[in-house]
Design a binder for this molecule. Structure first.
Ligand SMILES: *[C@@H]1O[C@H](CO)[C@@H](O)[C@H](O)[C@H]1NC(C)=O
Ligand SMILES: *[C@@H]1O[C@H](CO)[C@@H](O)[C@H](O)[C@H]1NC(C)=O
Ligand SMILES: *[C@@H]1O[C@H](CO)[C@@H](O)[C@H](O)[C@H]1NC(C)=O
Length: 519
């Protein structure tokens, strides 16, 4: 890949686009309506959430404990000592939150089902009918408003029972549990849910859970983090392998038992980074490719091509788990779409042919690359209050185009994109709501996405992270990502500037109307 050339191409395209917009304001006739939207008619505009970050009600109506309940209750794991016991109480306030979505004019809502709410002890206990009932009510309420549910089966969470038995992704047996859980979700919700994601960001689950150990199950080796147990150079690959095969098991059940009748789609959601080579050297270009292999293609290649990326075989050799004939047979079911969570970009420097300072990604089992936000002392993008988030809108079209080319333009959804700010008790409420940086971030990322779409990328939706401020994992409630501010003392939701901006953007760009009648 010739990056400088690509840059020029994007720059020129951007100019052409502007010139076109200004000079002839191109209008596209869509079903009798005139629209200048670059997005296809059936494009989904939504907001995204996850059960642990939103629901609260951690012991309500028979929910079992999960790995994040366990993890947050152990002192020292969460920056502000908080947890998701109450979160933003979406479990009880979902109708009010649907009204906020209704106002925005979205036609889809991405949320996740809490596994332990449906199966408190996995397959080693009963179905919790109150949990089934809750999600039925949520799904029905969404459809009444013409908002399509876009459902993730697990967004980092797993019943503690299974975490205890399997550690929780280290045993092959977990595949059976995931398949059992997926089957129940398809059976009870699949008549109305047309979009299923098996996993949210499994790359983050295994890297943070088994390499750095900052997420449950807090496993790592001493050079990588501060854990009492684990092996950062082996376990991430075992956990990833079992997640990949769990995905395959769920897709197989969907394809064989449900899809024909229910006519939905099933995919997986990956965390993505655009990784720019540090220099024009061949070494750094190969390193950037290797970094994608060890971050993204690690999961997508086995699911789509039936094998791990060649860069991983070359470095890890036989220590990479092997795919049996039986596994390959399961993996043939692939996926229908790729969910892309994109927030930030980094530079990548080669550490095979050149010497690197120790840093993230540096070890052999991470691909021997150095990932950094700075080149010659200059940051890749505006820094934010979130340590991993640098504003680099071009990265949106870059990563979408990369995935389009590598995976033959399989349908894609931007399942998350958003801007976080640190909570500051001294900020006035006016300033808290006047989130101009978030508006600029979303606007520039959507413009960048539009460039990729105009160039033929089959992107079918965009979900803003997030409708509300919420529990931000290790950062607790100290980082706010919401289009709505949440007062954590009263749980009152208040619109930010970005909510009104997104509403206007959707009104202008949504070609197809919301489909409550046809839903
Ligand atoms: C978390 O899980 C560990 C391992 O199963 C267990 O020993 C511990 O008691 C649990 N902690 C909480 C707070 O549930
Ligand atoms: C590592 O974890 C232990 C126990 O959780 C804690 O006491 C210690 O301060 C931690 N060390 C570092 C360097 O964070
Ligand atoms: C919001 O902030 C911008 C600058 O960031 C400022 O120009 C504008 O006046 C502010 N609006 C309100 C309502 O405070």
């Amino acid at each position: 890949m010739e990056f400088p050339l690509l840059y020029h191409a994007f720059f020129l395209l951007g100019i052409c686009f502007l010139v076109l917009l200004v000079s002839c304001n191109p209008v596209i006739k869509v079903n009798g309506e005139f629209s200048s939207s670059p997005f296809p008619r059936s494009f989904l505009f939504g907001t995204a959430s996850s059960s642990y970050q939103y629901e609260g009600a951690f012991l309500t109506d028979g929910k079992g404990l999960n790995n994040w309940d366990n993890f947050t209750h152990k002192p020292g794991n969460i920056m502000d000592g908080s947890n998701g016991d109450v979160a933003v109480d979406h479990y009880h306030r979902y109708l009010q939150d649907l009204d906020l979505m209704d106002y925005l004019g979205v036609n889809s809502y991405r949320f996740s089902i809490s596994w332990a709410r449906v199966l408190p002890k996995g397959r080693f206990g009963d179905v919790n009918w109150a949990g089934i009932d809750h999600y039925n009510k949520l799904i029905n309420a969404l459809l009444l408003k013409g908002i399509q549910p876009f459902v993730t089966l697990t967004h980092y969470d797993i019943p503690q029972e299974l975490a205890d038995r399997y550690g929780p992704w280290l045993s092959r047996e977990v595949q059976e549990d995931f398949e059992y859980y997926a089957d129940i979700c398809f059976k009870y919700f699949g008549d109305r849910v047309k979009y299923w994601a098996t996993f949210n960001e499994p790359n983050v689950v295994v890297i943070r859970g088994y390499q750095s150990g900052i997420y449950p199950p807090s496993r790592c080796s001493s050079l990588f983090g501060n854990c009492t147990n684990g092996d950062s150079e082996k376990e991430p690959f075992i956990a990833a392998h079992n997640i990949i095969l769990s995905h395959a098991a769920a897709v197989k059940i969907y394809r064989t038992k449900y899809q024909k009748e229910q006519e939905g789609n099933i995919g997986i959601v990956m965390n993505t980074l655009w990784l720019e080579p540090m220099s024009n050297s061949l070494g750094d270009k190969l390193a950037a490719e290797r970094a994608q292999a060890f971050y993204l293609n690690w999961f997508l290649d086995p699911i789509i091509f039936g094998k791990y990326p060649k860069e991983m075989y070359e470095i890890l050799g036989s220590s990479l788990p092997s795919l049996s004939k039986y596994d390959l047979e399961k993996l043939k079911n692939g996926l229908d779409f790729i969910g892309i969570n994109y927030y930030s970009s980094f530079y990548v420097k080669d550490c095979i042919f050149s010497v690197c300072e120790p840093g993230p990604g540096n070890s052999k089992t991470e691909g021997s690359i150095l990932r950094t936000a700075k080149r010659n002392g200059v940051l890749i993008g505006e820094p934010t209050d979130v340590d991993w988030l640098f504003v680099y809108p071009q990265g949106m079209s870059e990563i979408v185009t990369y995935i389009k080319e590598r995976y033959n333009n399989i349908p894609m959804y931007i399942t998350e994109n958003g801007f976080g700010e640190r909570d500051n008790p001294h900020t006035s409420i006016e300033d808290l709501l006047n989130d101009t940086r978030r508006v600029r971030y979303m606007s520039n990322h959507l413009d960048s996405l539009a460039i990729a779409v105009r160039n033929g990328a089959d992107v079918r939706g965009y979900f803003a992270w997030s409708l509300l401020d919420n529990f931000e994992w290790n950062d607790g409630y100290t980082i706010r990502f919401g289009l709505h501010h949440v007062d954590y003392a009263t749980l009152k939701r208040t619109k930010r500037l970005s909510a009104n901006w997104y509403k206007q953007y959707i009104a202008k760009h949504m070609a197809g109307k919301r489909s409550s009648a046809s839903a």
